[in-house]
Design a protein around this ligand. Structure first.
Ligand code: SF4
Ligand code: MG
Length: 340
């Protein structure tokens, strides 16, 4: 499979009065058309920052970005604001957690979807309205002919989220980035929105990056997972394999927090400790202050040597960033998480 999105050695840094914030360091991944990559990690792990860089959404006056981001073969890093606008409108879209951030309260939902469509496709107002109605219908909004003329405040939270998805998809983006799009919704609506994104992805054949801290969601929709910690990938590979047998101690901790897929939402199982400051990353492995396995690695390597992201021998497509040679022997099988 050819990668549609290809991120290589991405760095995102923010110079501040207190020093350089290293928000993303040496991140590489790729996503082919028709596949979904879930990026998981605690807040501050670089999930959103790296994904915003993919769409060129950072203000260059505050962010330093280097490395390479190729979308459909085009390099995003270094594009002008104008080129970026064209790229975002046509080929790529982002769905955020909070629909308020992309729906304007003073315009009807239909007008906003139409405007987004007409900015990139030369069609009559009438044809654009038909397209808006069709999109509202596709995202499961009942009575779309009436709803198209309503304002965002006349929609429920779940419907606003759907309307935002309709707007994001109106130009058939080949790349869709969804940043915790279901977090603020109740469980039933959440499940509907996930089904919707999966359906739409199948219809449009897009490459999807789904950012979440909810592993139940990952199990449901993703093909691959990238686990981020302190601005970098610590584990990456096919979702079924990683859920069944995580290699990195941080991924192991996260997996203990997997909620039941069908039952009530459960609080995430917190991993003891807090993520490191991105102003002053720990020496060696950035996870070492929180890692209960560091003593199993000889010669204090965990506190002195930064581990590389290395392929797992004999397991195609899996990589992890840990000095442990054989995690299978370290992890105790009886606490394996339930599989979907
Ligand atoms: Fe833990 Fe060491 Fe592996 Fe880091 S490299 S995750 S500290 S065992
Ligand atoms: Mg975020």
């Amino acid at each position: 499979e050819d990668a549609y999105l290809e991120v290589t050695d991405l760095q995102v840094q923010f110079p501040t009065a207190d020093g350089l914030v290293r928000a993303v360091q040496g991140l590489s991944y790729s996503v082919p058309l028709g596949r979904t990559l879930a990026i998981v990690g605690e807040s501050g792990s670089g999930k959103s920052v790296s994904s915003m860089a993919v769409l060129g959404l950072h203000d260059r006056k505050v962010a330093r970005i280097s490395g390479s981001i190729k979308v459909g073969g085009r390099e995003i890093v270094g594009m002008s604001e104008k080129e970026l606008e064209g790229f975002r409108g046509g080929g790529a879209a982002m769905i955020f957690q909070d629909p308020q951030s992309s729906l304007h309260p003073y315009f009807t939902v239909g007008d906003q979807i139409m405007e987004s469509y007409r900015a990139h496709t030369k069609v009559s107002k009438r044809a654009a309205k038909e397209r808006a109605i069709d999109m509202l219908n596709r995202v499961g909004i009942p009575n779309p002919k009436r709803r198209v003329d309503q304002y965002p405040h006349e929609f429920s939270g779940g419907m606003r989220q759907r309307a935002m998805i309709a707007m994001a998809l109106v130009n058939d983006p080949k790349l869709l980035i969804a940043d915790e799009p279901t977090t603020a919704l109740d469980v039933t609506v959440q499940a509907q929105i996930l089904d919707l994104i999966a359906d739409l992805q199948r219809d449009f054949g897009s490459a999807v990056v789904f950012i979440t801290h909810d592993l139940g969601v990952v199990a449901e929709i993703a093909d691959d997972i990238l686990v981020m910690y302190a601005g970098t990938a610590v584990e990456h590979g096919p979702v079924k394999k990683i859920l069944a047998e995580p290699l990195h101690p941080y991924a192991w901790g996260l997996l203990e927090s997997i909620p039941a897929l069908t039952g009530d939402p459960q609080p995430l199982h917190p991993i003891p400790g807090t993520p490191p400051s991105l102003l002053a990353l720990p020496s060696g492995c950035p996870f070492h202050p929180r890692c209960e396995f560091k003593d199993r690695v000889p010669n204090n390597h965990c506190t002195t040597l930064r581990p590389d992201l290395i392929p797992r021998t004999g397991d195609l497509g899996r990589t992890s960033r840990c000095h442990l040679k054989d995690p299978d022997q370290v992890f105790e099988l009886e606490v394996l998480p339930r599989l979907p």
